[in-house]
Write a protein that binds this ligand. Structure first.
Ligand code: ZN
Length: 465
């Protein structure tokens, strides 16, 4: 891999004191080796005139497999999601579907300037699903943590499900020793326990121990989903059993008390807030800025692409503006008006990049543009009508940019998007295969008696109204 020189861009490093600097970025061997004005080097040049050069986004929570179900969740509550997605659609996924969901989902993320994502993969209907889902991430060129999920889907169509009741752990071990053996690879092994609030403390502890024994980079746990939190004090329980640690990534977390946030912070564990899901599904107010105020390592996530687009612009903007509204409203209730607006847009950008990298313990490698870090970079053009002018680069990214403004994306120094198009992807051909997969799953789902399934699931969620 030769040197790459990104010339004449407005660099937003998300590091140091300056929010924006006029500089070139020189890349060699997958790493950033210089950031300075007017670099001259024998290198492939990427012209970043009229563009912003920023670290690739870090999506800390996504169920990538759901990519071919986009728009099915448009008006869902969390209960609908549980019934229709987790107990319905998932049961028709073949290994091929899991591959396609993950492959296309990761490509969609790359296209939107996301260079690292945490895949909470709970579509593992058979061992082959695990192989195929992980392969989908690997083939995309994305940097990712594949969190192997143990949630027990019950397939409604014939599949090769092993009879050994422990096959999920055996498969985790096999994939860890096989496809995901390399901790220096772009896709690393992680773990996603069954469901932290729907399992006994002993079972959760056992799964966390399995994950650690296997060297999971991240252990992804849904928790504290607003009023849905069933009163199971997961954080307190893990704290008492000495299991809290920096590899734990709690997802959602809107119902966490200040005490729980302190326990999380003290242990070095982290939170992924997914504002769009929390705001839609009645899961409480997005916790990101409150978590940060408690010094919790915090990132943003997209969560379910079965509902909305897989780019980080919307979670950044929604989380930021909702938090501003909440803070401003506090003044309003006292018949006062704020003279200073918080949080600042830069804080949203930081959550979506370096904050996410911190949350998954990768901030030494990624999350900002600094010499020595991996060259995970997104270049955003400011030439479109909706980006002209862009006096403030951070404001342009957080409040104005769209995925279509991203012209170039690099992961580990490799160009995966160039001149506005993904490299080596024939979308019209891929789209046919992907659409066929989506049709197949939808045809299966149409045979499900949803009211019957809802009646079965209703007692699990006592706070429903
Ligand atoms: Zn989730």
């Amino acid at each position: 891999m030769g040197k790459i020189l990104i010339k004449d861009g407005r660099v937003v490093p998300v590091a140091g004191t300056a929010q924006e600097i006029k500089a070139d970025v020189l890349i060699d061997g997958g790493k950033i080796i210089a950031i300075a004005p007017d670099i001259n080097a024998d290198a492939e040049v990427i012209d970043a005139t009229d563009s912003i050069v920023m670290p690739g986004f870090v999506d800390t929570h996504r169920h990538v497999w759901q990519t071919q179900l986009r728009t099915v969740a448009t008006d869902w509550s969390l209960f609908d999601y549980f019934v229709e997605m987790r107990l319905g659609y998932s049961t028709f996924y073949t290994a091929e579907d899991a591959y396609l969901g993950n492959y296309v989902g990761a490509l969609e993320a790359l296209d939107a300037g996301i260079t690292t994502l945490v895949d909470h993969c709970h579509i593992l209907n058979t061992p082959e699903h695990a192989e195929e889902a992980a392969r989908g991430l690997q083939e995309s060129g994305m940097r990712a943590i594949f969190c192997y999920g143990t949630f027990a889907n019950a397939p409604r169509v014939p599949m090769d499900v092993p009879t050994d009741p422990n096959w999920r752990y055996a498969t985790a071990r096999a994939i860890r020793q096989g496809r995901l053996a390399d901790d220096k690879g772009l896709v690393r092994f992680g773990f996603a326990p069954f469901e932290a609030e729907a399992m006994s403390p002993d079972d959760l502890a056992a799964e966390i121990r399995v994950a650690r024994e296997l060297g999971a980079a991240v252990i992804s746990l849904h928790a504290a989903m607003g009023p849905y939190a069933s009163g199971i004090p997961v954080v307190e329980t893990l704290h008492k059993s000495g299991l809290l640690g920096p590899d734990l990534l709690f997802v959602h977390g809107a119902a966490f008390t200040d005490h729980e946030l302190k326990l999380i912070s003290d242990s070095g564990a982290a939170i992924s807030a997914t504002p769009e899901t929390e705001m839609q599904m009645g899961m409480g107010f997005p916790v990101a800025y409150r978590a940060q105020a408690h010094n919790v390592k915090t990132g943003l996530g997209i969560d379910i692409v079965s509902n909305y687009a897989g780019d980080m612009f919307m979670p950044m903007r929604l989380g930021l503006q909702a938090t501003r509204a909440l803070r401003n409203e506090e003044y309003g209730t006292r018949q006062r008006a704020p003279s200073i607006i918080t949080p600042k847009a830069f804080e949203a950008l930081r959550l979506a990049t370096l904050g996410g990298a911190e949350a998954i313990q990768m901030n030494k490698q990624i999350g900002s543009l600094e010499v020595g870090k991996a060259a995970d970079i997104a270049i955003i053009s400011t030439q479109a009508m909706h980006m002209t002018p862009s006096f403030d680069a951070v404001g342009a990214i957080v409040l104005n940019a769209r995925p279509t403004d991203i012209t170039t994306v690099l992961v580990n120094g490799r160009v995966v998007k160039r001149n506005g198009a993904l490299v080596g992807v024939d979308w019209p051909v891929l789209r046919k295969r992907f659409a066929a997969s989506a049709e197949r799953i939808m045809d299966g789902f149409k045979t499900v008696n949803v009211p019957e399934l809802a009646a079965f699931a209703r007692p699990i969620m006592p706070h429903l109204e």
